[in-house]
Design a protein around this ligand. Sequence first.
Ligand code: NDP
Length: 493
Amino acid sequence: MTAMTEHRTFDSLNPATGAVVGTHPVHGAEAVRATVETAADAAVWWRRLGFAGRRARLLTYKSVLARNIGRIAALVNEETGKPHADATLEVVVTVAHLDWAARHARRVLGPRRVFPGLLGVNLAATLEYQPLGTVGVIGPWNYPVFTPMGSIAYALAAGNAVVFKPSELTPGVGVLLADLFAQAVPERDVFQTVTGLGETGAALAGQPGIGKIAFTGSTATAKRVMAACAANLTPIVAECGGKDALIVDHDADLAAAADAAVWGALSNAGQTCVGVERVYVVDAVYDRFMRELTARAREVRAGEHYGPITMPAQVDVIRRHIGEAVAGGRAVIGGPESVRPPYVDPVVVEDVPEDNPAVQEETFGPTITVSRVADAEEALARANATAYGLAGTVFSRSPRRAMELARRMRSGMTAINSVISFAQIPALPFGGVGDSGFGRIHGADGLREFARPKSISRQRFTLPGMNVTTFGRGEAEVDRLVKLVTFLHGRRR
Ligand code: NDP
């Protein structure tokens, strides 16, 4: 952030204790404008470094992050309340993504010759992916390192400068990520963080000179961000929430499926965009699965295995969903009494009707609805019947059947016989369909998301008698072209 006097400040709080973790400036529209201006200069320098120069610096940043895992995790723990070990895992996976983005940018985005086609034999065709300039990243609080870095690392590797607006709940982590980058790349302000509330994010989205906004958060806010971006025709990649389902087929390893359901739904207090919120179990194994599930879920304790609800307002959503689920279905573990802010104990409810808000809307809490289905086809139909489509899970011992179900699941990612495993694989793109958003972070698609294709055709020699893009052409040139096309493409098949 450029030096600037900011009068208003806000505190980030430890959600478990209410203690003040840090005080940060509320950057207003003018500060955001100045930051984006600084980024524009830095972007030119960063772009000119080329792939090799950026790769070296990003690998230095990676090693700085790796050497500071403990420090970063401690701050994540303080600002979100999640266990230190979970915060550590988050940073570890982020380091792997940064490493992949730095090492693969040239291969994915660098110039390559493409075949010009038989009609263009006299041309050389070159494709490359150029940076957008400055990318604005608006991040959430649930994974304040992993989630925004999924955009930041890939945007930087693609040659862009970044201005990051972290959630008002986790500003310290956002500031630390940029500070550590400045240790690795002290020359220019290539990666800056602005802090503040929603208006700071809105100012960033509405700023001219932003090449793209990478947003992670709720679907409702994504729409507001898109509206702000519309003023400057700024494109956006939107990673929104989900209502992800886990399907248990008749031949599944039930112990493994139950373990995955419990971890996928309850870890991080359910505050995971790709967390498990619904489970569909085939009738033949339903009772056995439920025994496995309840035995494990009963062992999980709020405040020990996972932390508090980070955003106080979310407690109301969780309370409402538990109330609706219990009213429409049957509580197996916990119930309304499980809500004891800032903690929510595990809640498992079965037989909740599909039109219940607890089945249709994102809960973002440590709750699971479980439903009995006739077969995997019914499970898939129900899994696909929400407005969201972020990710999902399939448990089956038949690799073919599992792949088929995974392909037909209406989501951007599906894990088979494991949960959320796609997120740790840097080569796999990450993003949703429907209300879960659009565009992709991670992988080659995640690099291309922050670049624009540049196509160049160069004439190497003239084709005698074949030049049709001149007023000097005659009928003979067109005739020759038609003959050639008929020869190449006109054969009966
Ligand atoms: P929001 O969508 O409101 O916030 C996400 C980010 O957008 C934050 O940095 C926020 O800043 C910022 N923001 C808020 N308003 C604006 C605006 N008008 N223009 C630009 N940026 C803005 O999510 P919440 O944190 O309020 O969480 C609400 C729900 O969203 C959760 O309950 C959950 O269902 C879902 N969610 C999904 C996530 C995911 O990973 N897909 C992550 C987080 C939430 P600030 O925090 O300062 O308001």
